[in-house]
Design a protein around this ligand. Sequence first.
Ligand code: NAD
Length: 357
Amino acid sequence: MSTKTILVLPGDGIGQEIIAEARKVLAWAGKRVDLNIVEGLIGGTAYDLTGTPLPEETVIQGKEAHAVLLGAVGGTQWESLDYSVRPERGLLGIRKELGLYCNLRPAKVYPQLADASTLKKEVVSGIDIMVVRELSSGIYFGEPKGIETLPNGQRRGFNTLTYTTSEIERIAVRAFETARKRQKRVCSVDKANVLECTELWRQVVTEVHAKSYPDIELSHMYVDNAAMQLIRNPKQFDVIVTTNMFGDILSDAASMLTGSIGMLQSASLGDKCALYEPIHGSAPDIAGKGLANPLATILSVAMMFRHSLDMPQEAQMVEEAVSAVLDQGLRTADIAMAGEPTIGTAAMGDAVVAALS
Ligand code: NAD
């Protein structure tokens, strides 16, 4: 049995706390499979220690690992830093360095938590959406970008939305392949009525579909309508494929359908590397208090077992353990109904490990 190396990057804020719980699950898995857990630096913590939010060592460790598990980055103490060294640059940087162009963000409602959503139970019960977000191009990376001062003294901010055909093709393929293992429906979200770049997006997605995926049902939707439909009738969606910025926004909206951002895992995949992380940030408002929900991170571990480490059985066991603790009525504050008793981060991690054992 070959050793599988996992690079763990706790990062900042609650990242440290939730990764501590994920490591308990990794320790459980390490009794079944030979795992080599390596820890590295990223984000504000890395900046404080090394002067950069993404040390070269972290990039090397990431490229050598079978998979990377990340907590979260960011915090108010680093907000006055220059953009180039802010914690979030570490995250964008590692995605770029590892060639991670495909972000998978599932939004699934656990029946036990259907009441925790801000939407009506009948609207959200049974939701099972996969958002496939392009991650390494689009307006977050396009050049030129910046803030300049014009001759008339006004300042002008600008970013560039850009996609090449190959960038669109590879994310479309990922979306259609993902749909094949699900309900075989893809909705491509763009703004082709006003943005030329996403007119190309629509053309290329349509071409990839016609060429190789006739068994998948393809529809197109403008992003403003998609935002509205996600709230109106989310069950109409199976796989949503979209650009970097639209995916960033829509997947956060989709996450709230499920009740809490603290329940949602994600995978960022490239052709060689993969990184797994909860979709939430470092939650400075609750950091250090032992209140954070570790389940999104623990579910990210399950996703990592399935997609990168060829451990589908362990993945399923972890998912079932999460479901079991919810069945037991255990709740962190973010998923508790008003008046319901709550437990802290470590107790939730311990409960998952107990359910696994
Ligand atoms: P956030 O996701 O950190 O927090 C939003 C809200 O959700 C907060 O009220 C927080 O307490 C709550 N929350 C988040 N995760 C939770 C969990 N596991 N359990 C319980 N409650 C949870 O978003 P934000 O406040 O907009 O950003 C805070 C910092 O995180 C910023 O510096 C931002 O740049 C960074 N950020 C990082 C990532 C990442 O590392 N992937 C993603 C988003 C934001």
